[in-house]
Design a protein around this ligand. Structure first.
Ligand SMILES: [Zn+2]
Length: 242
């Protein structure tokens, strides 16, 4: 974990030897201050969230866009008492907020579905998948991108572009079945994947390997997660154009 509550403040560790208690499980967290990587907290007896994955620069970069108070937010199911830690939870004054899960490595359909069920109970859930994870995946994905006008189709006031995954590993077929909103990150770009839940008319007619994407700027994506709360973001001028 990057940040934990210590002396009334949610923050990364500052010096070696610091320790505090995990808000989720009550276990001891110790400061880890590597020479070349970001400082973080480590559970003494293993991470209490089985859904957590090792975090690299990609995770840190995206989390760094949001205020620390909205990152790594523990959530408890009122009925089952199950506890998990959302990568980002941006609340909304009117009720349901947005949970953003940053996904860097492949996960089973079972885990995807469990996570969607948990996080969608009281909030809207967004996935952001790292499509630049390995050079192989990144190459496959990037080589399938095709925003030519012939492929354009409008659904719900948004322009989608139909494409085909003609390289190996048609991973998007599985993600099309997601009940959450699925975004793909490749370099400086964010794409919104047409899913059966959100764009049924478009996805129902698709063959294996076919998918459709809408383009967003990073700014538009961050605003979709953060809503109208300027203090949710650590970066400036999200309101502006461009
Ligand atoms: Zn814990």
């Amino acid at each position: 974990m990057i940040s934990a509550m210590i002396e009334g403040e949610k923050r990364p560790p500052q010096v070696k030897g610091e320790q505090t208690k995990c808000v989720g499980c009550g276990g001891t967290l110790r400061a880890v201050i590597p020479q070349f990587k970001a400082a973080h907290w480590r559970h003494d007896s293993g991470d209490c969230d089985p859904w957590s994955e090792p975090e690299g620069e990609w995770h840190l970069g995206w989390k760094g866009c949001f205020s620390p108070r909205y990152c790594e937010v523990f959530m408890r199911d009122p009925e089952t008492k199950e506890i998990h830690r959302a990568d980002v939870l941006c609340p909304r004054p009117e009720g349901a907020g947005v949970v953003l899960e940053l996904q860097h490595s492949p996960i089973s359909e079972e885990e995807r579905s469990s996570r969607e069920a948990f996080y969608s109970k009281e909030n809207r859930m967004f996935w952001l998948l790292n499509m630049g994870r390995t050079s192989a995946l990144s190459f496959n994905f990037a080589s399938c991108l095709n925003f030519s006008e012939d492929n354009r189709v409008e659904v719900g006031g948004r322009d989608f572009y139909r494409m085909e995954w003609f390289m190996r590993g048609t991973m998007l077929d599985k993600w099309k079945q997601s009940r959450a909103h699925v975004f793909l990150n490749h370099g400086r770009f964010v794409f919104y994947l047409a899913t059966r839940a959100a764009c049924r008319s478009l996805v129902d007619g698709q063959a294996k390997g076919e998918f459709a994407l809408a383009r967003l700027t990073v700014r538009e994506f961050l605003k979709a997660v953060a809503g109208d709360d300027p203090s949710a973001l650590t970066i400036r001028s999200v309101e502006g154009g461009g």
